[in-house]
Design a protein around this ligand. Structure first.
Ligand code: SAM
Length: 430
C-alpha cells in the first residue's frame, strides 16, 4: 500500500525516532475484533461456546476479543446479536463516557453503530440512548444494528447536529461525538481513505468537526460529560481541535486525552478527548408524547397474554401514524422535527383489528416469550434462509431462537413454523 507522501512527512516529523515502527505497522494486516453483546451473554460464556477461535481480550474493552476468521458476520450468533465486529482501537472511546444506568445519553454521529451498541451494553438497558446519524442510508444501517443487538432503550434519529441542538438543548448527561474525519487510522482497512487523503481534506474535516462540536456543546447539561473521538492522527483534528474547542467553550474542562497509535497498540489507531461541562444552563426535558389507542392496546394485550404469558403494561406503548406500535423507553424526550427510524422497541403493527408482531419485538423481548421454538445452530440456518421449520407448538406467534437467543418471529400453523424473518435479513448463505 502506498501511503500519501505528505502524510508520511508529517508523521515522521511528529514521531521522530518512533517513525520506523509506525511505518512498519502498515506491513501487517488490519486488526479485527469482536465485542460480545453483554446485554445478551457474558464475555466468558460467549468464549466458552464460540464456534470459532477467539484471540486475546482487547486491553481497553474487556468484553472484546481479537479475531482472525473471515465471514464472522455470517455466523448464526451474529444474526442473534451476540456480538458486534469492530476495529479494536475504536472501542476505546465509548467507555470514557462512563455511562451510568438511568442516564440520558446521545451518540451524535452514530452510524453504523459500533459505539452506540457498546454504550447500550454499558447502560444495561436502563436510561435512554439517542443514536443520531445525519446520513439517511447510514441511519438505516444503524437502526438495523440496534435492532439486531436487541437494544430496548434506544431511539434512532436522522438529523443534523444543529437540528438536535436547537430542539433538545442542554438536556443530556453524556454526549459522544465520534466525528467524521480524514480517517488516517482507516488506511489499512479502506483504500478510499488513502486515495481521498489530502491536506485540504484534513483541514476541511477539522472545520466540519468544529461546527459539530459547537452544536454538541449545547446539548450537554451542566455537570455532564462529552467525549470527542476520531480515527485519525492529524494535529488539526485531534489535539489542536481540543485546544480550539476549549478556547471557544470556557464552560468545558478537559479531563483527559487518549491517543492509540498503530505501532504502540494492537489496533489501527484512535483519538479521544474527555470533557466535562462545568457551567451553563440545563434545559428541562419535555417528555415524549405517547399517542395511544385503546383498541390497538387491547389487540396488543391479547397478543402479549399469549406470547409472553402475561399482559405487558401499555402505558408506554405508542401508536405511530404509520400504525406501528413502539415501546417507548421511560424518560424519552419528545423528538420533534427529526426523522425517527426507531423509538425504542418496535412492537409491531395494528391493522385496525389485529396486532402483528415485528421482528424487533423478538430481538429485544423474545427471551421473555412463553412461546418459543428453540433451534440448534444447524437448524437455525434453515430459519435464516427463510424456510419453514417443523415444531409441535400449538398454533400462534412464537419467538424463534438459536439455543436461548432470539433470532426472529415465526407463526406456528399445524406443526409448521411459518417464517416471518424480514426478507432483507435473509442473508444467510453459510
Ligand atoms: N460512531 C460510529 C461507529 O462507532 O460505528 C462511526 C461514526 S463515523 C466516524 C462518523 C459519522 O458522522 C458518519 O456516519 C457520517 O455520516 C457522519 N457525519 C458526516 N458529516 C456529518 C456532519 N456534518 N454532522 C454530523 N455527522 C456527520
Amino acid at each position: 500500500m502506498k501511503l500519501p507522501e505528505e502524510f508520511l512527512r508529517i508523521m515522521q516529523k511528529r514521531l521522530g525516532d518512533a517513525f520506523p515502527a509506525f511505518l512498519h505497522s502498515y506491513e501487517t494486516p488490519a486488526c479485527r475484533a469482536l465485542r460480545v453483546n453483554t446485554g445478551k451473554i457474558s464475555a466468558a460464556e460467549f468464549a466458552a461456546r464460540a464456534p470459532f477461535p477467539l484471540g486475546e481480550r482487547v486491553e481497553w474493552e474487556q468484553s472484546a476479543f481479537y479475531v482472525d476468521g473471515e465471514k464472522l458476520g455470517a455466523d448464526v450468533y451474529h444474526f442473534a446479536g451476540l456480538y458486534y465486529l469492530q476495529e479494536p482501537s475504536a472501542m476505546c472511546a465509548a467507555p470514557l463516557l462512563e455511562v451510568k444506568e438511568g442516564e440520558l445519553v446521545l451518540d451524535l454521529c452514530a452510524a453504523p453503530g459500533g459505539k452506540t451498541t457498546q454504550l447500550a451494553a454499558d447502560m444495561g438497558g436502563s436510561g435512554v440512548l439517542i443514536a443520531n446519524e445525519i446520513d439517511f442510508k447510514r441511519a438505516k444501517i444503524l437502526s438495523q444494528n440496534v435492532e439486531r443487538m436487541g437494544i430496548s432503550n434506544c431511539a434512532v434519529t436522522c438529523a443534523s447536529p444543529r437540528t438536535l441542538a436547537e430542539h433538545f438543548g442542554a438536556i443530556f448527561d453524556k454526549v459522544l461525538v465520534d466525528a467524521p474525519c480524514s480517517g488516517e487510522g482507516m488506511f489499512k482497512k479502506e483504500e478510499s481513505a488513502v486515495l481521498e487523503w489530502s491536506r485540504e481534506n484534513v483541514l476541511g474535516c477539522a472545520a466540519r468537526q468544529r461546527g459539530i462540536l459547537d452544536c454538541a456543546a449545547n446539548l450537554v447539561k451542566a455537570g455532564g460529560r462529552m467525549v470527542y473521538s476520531t480515527c485519525t492522527f492529524s494535529e488539526e483534528e485531534d489535539e489542536g481541535q481540543v485546544e480550539d474547542f476549549l478556547r471557544r467553550h470556557p464552560e468545558f474542562a478537559l479531563l483527559s486525552m487518549k491517543k492509540l497509535l498503530p505501532h504502540e497498540v494492537r489496533g489501527e489507531g484512535h483519538f479521544a478527548a474527555v470533557f466535562e461541562k462545568q457551567a451553563g444552563e440545563t434545559r428541562r426535558i419535555k417528555p415524549c408524547k405517547i399517542s395511544s389507542n385503546s383498541d390497538a392496546n387491547r389487540a396488543f394485550s391479547t397478543f402479549s397474554d399469549k406470547f409472553f404469558g402475561e399482559i405487558l403494561p401499555t402505558d408506554r406503548v405508542h401508536l405511530g401514524q404509520d400504525r406501528k406500535m413502539s415501546l417507548v423507553p421511560a424518560g424519552m424526550p419528545q423528538p420533534s422535527g427529526m426523522f425517527l427510524f426507531r423509538l425504542g422497541v418496535e412492537l409491531g403493527e395494528w391493522d385496525g383489528r389485529v396486532f402483528k408482531p415485528a421482528h424487533a419485538l423478538a430481538m429485544a423481548l423474545g427471551n421473555r416469550a412463553a412461546r418459543k421454538v428453540v433451534l440448534s445452530r444447524e437448524e437455525a440456518k434453515t430459519y435464516l434462509r427463510g424456510e419453514t421449520v417443523e415444531n409441535n407448538l400449538s398454533d400462534g406467534w412464537c419467538a424463534v431462537c438459536v439455543e436461548e437467543f432470539p433470532l426472529g418471529i415465526g407463526k406456528c400453523v399445524s406443526g409448521t413454523v411459518k417464517n416471518h424473518l424480514p426478507k432483507a435479513l435473509r442473508l444467510y448463505h453459510g
